[in-house]
Ligand binder design. Sequence first.
Ligand code: ZN
Length: 133
Amino acid sequence: MTFSVETESRLETVDVTERVADAVPDDLASGTCTAFVEHTTAGLVVQENEPRLRGDLESFLREQVPDEGHAHDRIDDNADAHLRATLVGPSAAVPIRDGEPALGTWQSILLVECDGPRTRTVSVTSVPGDGPD
Ligand code: ZN
């Protein structure tokens, strides 16, 4: 199944944990869910949803990838967004326990927008299998 996320800034993080959890079938006792963002300038990461840390993550991505000076900018002027999304990665796989993502206490699933504001599509695929106890 898929859901949409409306982002508001060029570079920001949006907590999508509840939306991913809603997409996992309640009757799936154990398995794995994979959330996947269907874009080349956004990513997904499992990390703590703490506002200062989210700001640190945004600063980290800005520091790692300069805004300008990339070849792709001659095409559509957003190479920085592609490269930042590459660092983050497009997906997050999480074990399922009792119909819910088995995240650790401080773990959340964050969508990392690198070229917003935009409407982003996230797909969630759940498969049965051996999961955590
Ligand atoms: Zn581009």
